[in-house]
Design a binder for this molecule. Structure first.
Ligand SMILES: Cc1ncc(COP(=O)(O)O)c(C=O)c1O
Length: 304
């Protein structure tokens, strides 16, 4: 990690290397943290933050589910994000706000602890996390099932959800793949370890519904809106594992991944094994929208 700029901790910008927490921080032991992943893009009109309002809203929603009272308003958090990005001097970056039960009272019950909020950002280039963009990603259907809302609320972007995702990601990488695709307890496709998933079959685009145990992805929502604006319908429905092998195209979406093509699932080529036309088109449209080159979506960009 290249330490650049400053990290916002409870309202103060501190040097990157000094942004520390106590080893008895509740969240470190019990995963009682919620966070966001946001992008700042460089556009013809300068730096913009992509769908800032929606990300801040999702952070507060995640916190509410865990009875966590973030001691800042949405406006203060948004301003903190902007200050952190400006202090970094980075042209483009990935931004990570995290709210967590802090240090004070050890034991499972989180609520006696105060809630702290930190915001960091770092360089995470786009289009270069190669798998899925430069070449298609090779994915493995994970042996780990995606936990669902009977066990943990999946609409919260909570640190605790990521132990399940990390197991799936490690399994896939160890077996020589780029990413995992996780099924839910019903055996239906849910999502990647940190991305939502779409399939294209016979010209129809489908994606698992929110009740398939997925995160309500902001890139997923952007792609649905972009596709619909282009007159292409996206169906939110249960997707069977078999469909991953027979689809013409499969792609994943996420703040880090943006729109990434999947060209192999369990060693079976998707379509002809190359990025498909619909994926390429949506990837381009997302690129145009996020870089301020599509007026239809200009309200997604917050200039800073
Ligand atoms: C589990 C999971 N699903 C989906 C996504 C995609 O969500 P978004 O597009 O809001 O980044 C992410 C990334 O944040 C994720 O971690």
């Amino acid at each position: 990690m290249r330490e650049q700029g400053r990290i916002w901790m409870n309202g103060k910008l501190v040097p990157f290397g000094s942004a520390k927490v106590h080893v008895l921080t509740h969240a470190l032991h019990y995963s009682t943290a919620v966070f966001e992943g946001i992008r700042c893009y460089h556009t013809g009109r300068g730096k913009v933050i992509f769908r800032l309002g929606e990300h801040v809203e999702r952070l507060f929603k995640s916190a509410k589910i865990y009875s966590m009272k973030i001691p800042f308003s949405r406006k203060e958090v948004s301003e903190g994000i902007v200050r952190t990005v400006l202090a970094s001097g980075l042209r483009e970056c990935y931004i990570r706000p995290i709210a967590y039960y802090s240090y004070g009272v050890m034991g499972l019950t989180p609520t006696p602890n105060k809630v702290d909020l930190a915001i960091a950002c770092w360089e995470w280039k786009t289009g270069e996390s190669t798998a899925g963009k430069v070449r298609g990603a090779r994915c493995k259907v994970s042996s780990w099932l995606r936990i669902d809302s009977r066990s943990q609320p999946m609409q919260a972007k909570a640190a605790s959800n990521y132990a399940n995702a990390a197991l799936a990601r490690m399994e896939a990488i160890r077996a020589g793949y780029d990413e995992a695709i996780m099924l839910n307890y019903q055996g239906k496709v849910s999502e990647g370890s940190a991305e939502n998933i779409f399939i294209v079959s016979g010209g129809r685009i489908s994606t698992p519904p929110l009740n398939a145990g997925i995160l309500d992805g902001i890139t997923r929502d952007s792609i649905i809106k972009i596709a619909r604006a282009e007159g292409i319908d996206v169906e939110e429905r249960d997707v069977d594992r078999d469909e991953l092998y027979t689809a013409d195209e499969v792609f994943m979406t996420g703040t880090a991944a943006e729109v990434s093509s999947v060209t192999e699932v369990d060693d079976v080529p998707v379509g002809d094994g190359r990025m498909g036309q619909t994926t390429r088109r949506l990837q381009e449209l997302f690129f145009e929208a996020s870089r301020g080159r599509d007026e239809r979506f200009s309200d997604w960009l917050v200039p800073i």
